[in-house]
Design a protein. Structure first.
Lengths: 293, 404
């Protein structure tokens, strides 16, 4: 059994990706009360759009990214307004099934339009490598982790200190009371989806940078993001990041320490989810919620 | 005292009997026609038999619907005989097995409202159960098949007890993880000692017994599937219309109200999940026999999600819907590889599941009862119109009485 500290570095990098998507999932859960199964696929779609803008159309890098992020906001708004709102009138199950439909749609769309050959995504942080006390840390890893931490802080501050964040949460927790307080619940839900879509888009771009841009890029990641937010607590941005990093590091450790470990990454995620649910159903940082009938 | 002219029905003859009579008449008519008339085109024969089989019971009992339904079912069952190039016995048998898994999906999602995407994995467990029992332990195939639902429900109990304690989405996450994990686990040692890893297990199809000679293996499997499907549909119908089924539907509508009414939330959720797993296991076992090989990579995430698509398209909460949905989705999957759209001069080749996704969204938005719901609504409108016309004018019931 070998233990290589370099693995922790790699684990933290992949963990940051899980955390970034996890942040989007936490945001959408906290602002709309459901889990969006299509978050990853929408993120992949936005990554492909950025790639098309930057590589195929030759638009300057950061402008292209900006356009893609703006598009992801509109995409989120649109999805809520056109689809989710209608489905929410039926039932929560209808909404979740709707997100599964979106998953299928975007996954198929990506594969149909851009084909399955992986594409190289231009690096936002450059490809340099740092040396930190004997470990090789690529600038990419630092950048991804850095962006994720910044997003986490923004999200935390957003929900804790801003009026809009409060309004967003109120819209989910008690829509009637929120309306009575003058909050436009529908607009808040739309905003929640828009913001989550933006977060997802950023996560997608980070992932495309770290891994290769291909249609199933996020399809695998979303499972580990689920494990991350289950571990950290579905309502906690800090939990998403901590959970993501733990899952990432665990994966790397299992991958090298156990023989044939790389193929065990997925069952490991399964196990993590089950164990967390058994002992701490609300995750490490999650809120225990009590519903009044 | 005047009497309004209302067609008199024969209440003594139940609708089900009329359906069966219609179906049997169809079979007899088909048999006689093709025996005594040479060179009869298949379509003509079907139409004549259908006409005879529908009109005779309808005239006798003054009801059209039951005999029409009976003939329709008989026609579908006979499809491999009528149009073997379009609907071969192996295709129909596959649809039948998938329908079993789909019924399970409907039990847990349609009736109980729990989102499970694990039916594919449960089917895989059933399939491996059958394969391992036959090949390694030399069980007779029918005994192995009978064991497959138990293998799957065993796993279902374990997973259900863990995952169903919490919010609904956790079941979805856990079943998703299960589906993703299954191919990997089946390929990794020590499990691969049993599952033969990525190459999978080859199965020899069961040979038809002596008294059914003349039936080739494929047709035999088809008849077997029909029998199993029929029995399990009957069982599901009985379960869902029983006290238990009522409890499940109460759960779907409002967990809180159900609990107040005395429905044990956890127990019924687990029960629904386990029953669904059993159906999936049986369907998977049957599929293993029909397809002849069990490989880990066949059980993809898409395979599992397919069953959700099937029940949404067919109709959530309808057993018939599960079967219809299975037929539609599988037919499309077999026949359609890409769909080409021309948008503003740009040709885009879309993969089928892009449109499945759109279909799922559209159906949930506009006709959440699926195809079965749509057909049901149409039939109801037809019969309402009939009742109105027989009573003279479409007047409200009250005025009619006052006129006498």
């Amino acid at each position: 059994m070998q233990f290589d500290p370099q693995q922790i570095v790699i684990g933290m990098a992949t963990g940051s990706v899980y955390a970034a998507l996890g942040l989007a999932l936490v945001l959408i859960f906290r602002s709309t009360g459901i889990v969006n199964f299509a978050q990853g696929e929408m993120a992949t779609f936005i990554s492909y759009i950025s790639w098309t803008l930057i590589v195929a159309a030759g638009i300057p890098y950061w402008i292209g990214i900006g356009m893609a992020i703006a598009l992801s906001f509109i995409l989120g708004l649109g999805a809520e307004r056109a689809i989710i709102r209608r489905l929410a009138q039926h039932s929560e199950l209808a909404v979740v099934i709707g997100t599964l439909g979106l998953f299928l749609f975007f996954n198929g769309l990506d594969l149909s339009i851009w084909q399955g050959v992986p594409k190289d995504f231009p690096a936002p942080f450059g490809r340099g490598v740092l040396r930190l006390g004997g470990l090789f840390v690529s600038v990419q890893y630092v950048g991804v982790l850095g962006v994720t931490l910044v997003l986490m802080l923004i999200m935390y501050a957003f929900f804790r200190f801003t009026k809009i964040g409060l309004a967003l949460e109120a819209s989910t927790l008690n829509p009637t009371a929120a309306r009575l307080m003058g909050i436009d619940v529908n607009r808040m839900l739309m905003l929640g989806w828009g913001l989550a879509s933006v977060l997802g888009g950023v996560a997608g771009i980070l992932t495309a940078d770290l891994l290769l841009l291909e249609p199933n890029m996020m399809a695998g990641t979303i499972l580990f993001s689920f494990a991350a937010i289950s571990l950290g607590g579905v309502t906690s941005p800090v939990g998403a990041v901590v959970g993501g990093l733990i899952v990432g590091i665990l994966q790397s450790a299992v991958g090298t320490a156990v023989l044939g470990g790389t193929s065990l990454r997925t069952p490991l995620a399964f196990l993590v989810i089950l164990l967390v649910l058994a002992f701490r159903p609300n995750g490490l940082f999650g809120r225990v919620s009590v519903t009044r009938a | 005292m005047s009497r309004s002219f209302v067609p008199r029905e024969h209440p003594a003859v139940p609708n089900a009997a009329v359906s069966v009579a219609g179906g049997v008449l169809f079979l007899i008519a088909q048999g006689l026609l093709f025996r005594f008339v040479d060179h009869l085109p298949a379509a003509v024969g079907v139409v004549i038999s259908a006409f005879i089989a529908v009109t005779i019971p309808s005239i006798l009992t003054r009801r059209v619907q039951p005999s029409a339904i009976g003939v329709a079912i008989a026609a579908v069952i006979l499809l491999p005989g009528i149009a073997p190039s379009v609907a071969s016995t192996s295709l129909m048998a596959t649809i039948g097995a998938l329908a079993l898994i789909s019924i399970g999906q409907n039990i847990v999602t349609g009736y109980t409202g729990q989102l499970s995407v694990g039916q594919g994995a449960m089917a895989g467990i059933g399939a491996y159960c059958v394969a391992i029992l036959i090949n390694r332990f030399e069980w007779p195939w029918w005994l192995a098949l009978a064991a497959s639902p138990f293998a799957a429900s065993f796993v279902g109990v374990i997973v259900g007890i863990w995952a169903l304690r919490l919010r609904g989405m956790y079941l979805a996450m856990v079943t998703l993880a299960m589906v993703v994990a299954l191919p990997t686990v089946a390929k990794v040692s020590p499990v691969s000692e049993w599952t033969n890893g990525v190459q999978g297990i080859l199965l020899v199809a069961p040979t038809p017994p002596e008294w059914l000679n003349g039936l080739d293996t494929s047709a035999y499997l088809y008849v077997l599937t029909l029998g199993v499907l029929g029995a399990m549909v009957y069982l599901a119908a009985r379960l869902m219309s029983s006290r238990h089924g009522l409890a499940l539907r109460a759960l779907r509508e409002s967990e809180l109200a159900a609990q107040i009414s005395g429905v044990s939330l956890l127990r019924y959720k687990i029960w629904a999940f386990v029953v669904a797993s059993a159906y999936a296991g049986l369907g998977g076992g049957l599929l293993a026999l029909i397809v002849g090989i069990v490989t880990p990579d066949a059980y993809t995430v898409m395979f599992s999600i397919d069953f959700l698509v099937m029940v949404v398209i067919g109709g959530l909460g309808s057993i018939v819907g599960s079967i219809v949905g299975a037929a539609i989705v599988w037919e499309l999957r077999v026949r359609v590889s890409t769909i080409t759209l021309s948008l503003l001069g740009i040709k885009v080749e879309l993969l089928p599941w892009t449109l499945y996704g759109l279909a799922v969204i559209a159906i949930m938005m506009f006709m959440p009862e699926g195809v079965v719901g749509l057909v049901g609504a149409m039939m109801r409108r037809v019969s309402e119109r009939k009742a109105g016309s027989f009573a003279g004018v479409a007047a409200p019931a009250g005025t009619k009485d006052r006129q006498t």
